[in-house]
Design a protein around this ligand. Structure first.
Ligand SMILES: Nc1ncnc2c1ncn2[C@@H]1O[C@H](COP(=O)(O)OP(=O)(O)OP(=O)(O)O)[C@@H](O)[C@H]1O
Ligand SMILES: [Mg+2]
Length: 325
């Protein structure tokens, strides 16, 4: 059996196609402000998409919009039908925005095979915004105008702007900031570059995430083709997330496999309502750490431990909310 360059295998009578699973760094982009670059579709990203439990309609909307960017944008006049190639996801911390953004990139590449090899770049916004006085604007111009443009020349490209408020801060709210002029200019530079890139590269898509849309510049948001609010999971999703975290634990510690059949599990799931997805997954770990015995051997974990951890997580979350209000 011989392996060909596209990652497939020729076994004589039928061709078996493999997903490239070359992982982090496989996009081979080594430039300031780039956190990760890889070839798509990526197995890990596909798994992240599947792991986030939101309404199917919401995943469908995201995927359709991303696909449309690659199928329609090159065919329409921007002046009449302004597709910018920008999707924004916002919502509270820990609700799966970054996972969905990465997964969306992978799913989109998977859905549109005919355009060629998709690439992915994740921007490190803090590296750009953290540049010394007067340098942010330049750093943004280098990253978007050079690095992203170079990659977009090679073929279809999806760029993740995670925590975009850092990069495209709201200019209207900056007047009291320590270094408002520099940030102001960086936001101007992002907007100018986005417009230029959108006009030149129809096979380029930006996916931006934010915890805090009020801190994102209005002109940036107005360029978005789709803005999706990723909210806290509802009761059924909470139950599924808790179950999925316990399933993962059971893979490592089979003694815990029956927990999700216990009546206490249903009570624990109810106590998860109001928590974010990250907190729900983590409370399974907290449950193992409630007692030294279960920390040494988590196979001894019970549904009652999970319930106790859920109650604790709910109380912690309540006290954080009270502190912040
Ligand atoms: N709705 C959900 N369903 C299943 N898992 C979830 C959900 N929301 C979050 N998670 C899990 O929580 C973890 C964190 O998710 P992620 O980093 O994507 O969240 P985020 O919204 O980007 O958070 P932040 O705003 O803090 O950056 C991941 O392991 C993810 O699978
Ligand atoms: Mg995130």
């Amino acid at each position: 059996m011989k392996r060909d360059l596209s990652g497939g295998e020729d076994n004589g009578d039928k061709r078996v196609v493999f997903l490239p699973s070359r992982g982090a760094g496989s996009g081979d982009v080594d430039a300031a402000g780039v956190l990760d670059s890889r070839l798509l579709p990526d197995r890990d990203f596909l798994a992240q998409w599947d792991a986030v439990i939101v309404e199917t309609a919401q995943k469908d909307r995201l995927l359709s919009q991303a696909i449309l960017n690659f199928t329609l944008r090159e065919k329409v006049n921007r002046a009449n039908l302004p597709l910018h190639g920008l999707i924004v996801m916002h919502g509270p911390p820990g609700t799966g925005k970054t996972s969905l953004a990465r997964g969306l990139a992978a799913r989109t590449a998977e859905a549109i095979g005919k355009l060629g090899q998709f690439r992915f770049i994740e921007v490190e916004p803090h590296a750009l915004a953290g540049a010394a006085l007067g340098k942010s604007q330049r750093a943004v111009r280098d990253l978007l105008g050079q690095t992203v443009a170079e990659q977009a020349e090679r073929g279809p490209l999806i760029v993740l702007l995670d925590e975009v408020e850092t990069l495209a801060g709201d200019r209207a709210r900056m007047s009291m900031d320590a270094n408002p002029i520099d940030v102001h200019r960086a936001t101007d530079a992002v907007l100018a570059q986005l417009d230029q890139l959108a006009a030149k590269y129809p096979h380029l898509l930006f996916i931006a995430t934010s915890n805090f849309t009020r801190a994102v510049d209005g002109a940036f948001l107005s360029r978005a083709d789709l803005i999706e609010n990723i909210g806290l999971p509802g009761p059924e999703a909470c139950r599924s997330i808790l179950r999925s975290a316990l399933d993962e634990l059971a893979r490592a510690c089979p003694g815990t496999a029956s927990i999700s059949q216990d009546a206490e599990f249903e009570r624990a799931a109810k106590h998860c309502v109001g928590l974010d997805g990250r907190r729900i997954r983590k409370l399974v770990i907290s449950a193992c750490a409630l007692r030294k015995q279960t920390a040494i051997d988590p196979n001894g974990l019970t549904a009652t431990d999970v319930l106790e951890a859920a109650i604790q997580a709910q109380e912690e979350s309540k006290s954080i909310r009270e502190e912040q209000s």
